[in-house]
Design a protein around this ligand. Structure first.
Ligand code: CA
Ligand code: CA
Ligand code: CA
Length: 193
């Protein structure tokens, strides 16, 4: 019995000495907060929303990935650094380096397929694309697109087309944010004046 206990203790200690991220988990680059393998505007949106609203429930591992500069604190410095390293900007769902009306249509088409029960289809959106469609920065894991996502994309495109880009992302406590607050979805101050 004593021997068995000693063996058990040794096994537990050996497990405990393994690097944290290699135990039954893939490793991800700092800043890849949604863990889809690439740094995009959605990673920026998740961290920005976490700081400004605190309502998107990042996991412990995601908070570690959000600490881009590894100084032990998740703050605006990390948000800006992740933003600078984005491969695709938020909303660029078709990944053609331009967030515009086409992206809203891609989301709408995908939503239509889901709503009509035609999914999965061969050209269904990848996790990276689904994440790029979450402009509110609320989905910490890739989830199917919604009609709201398509509408958000359209509103952002419309504001930019009207020369009102500074109204797309909110400013919270004097801090520039990188997620979209749909004025029709919550009771926050309506940004379309
Ligand atoms: Ca990512
Ligand atoms: Ca940091
Ligand atoms: Ca696009």
């Amino acid at each position: 019995m004593k021997k068995a206990l000693a063996f058990l203790t040794a096994s537990v200690m050996a497990l405990g000495s393994l690097p944290f991220l290699s135990v039954g988990a893939e490793s991800f680059a700092p800043g890849d907060v949604d863990m889809d393998g690439v740094i995009t505007g959605h990673d920026t949106a998740l961290v920005s929303r976490h700081l400004a609203r605190g309502d998107n429930s990042l996991s412990r591992k995601q908070l570690e990935l959000a600490d881009y500069n590894g100084d032990g604190v998740v703050d605006q410095t990390d948000v800006e650094a992740i933003h600078e390293n984005e491969v695709w900007e938020l909303g660029d769902v078709d990944m053609d380096n331009d967030a515009d009306m086409d992206d809203a249509l891609v989301i709408f088409q995908e939503y239509s397929y889901i709503a009509s029960g035609k999914n999965p289809i061969p050209d269904a959106l990848t996790d990276v694309q689904k994440n790029l469609a979450d402009m509110a920065g609320k989905c910490t894991v890739a989830t199917e697109v919604t009609l709201d996502d398509s509408f958000d994309c359209l509103v952002i495109f419309s504001l930019r087309s009207a020369g009102r880009s500074d109204e797309v992302f909110p400013v919270v406590n004097g801090q520039k944010c990188y997620f979209f607050d749909n004025p029709y979805e919550n009771d926050l101050e309506i940004i379309v004046k």
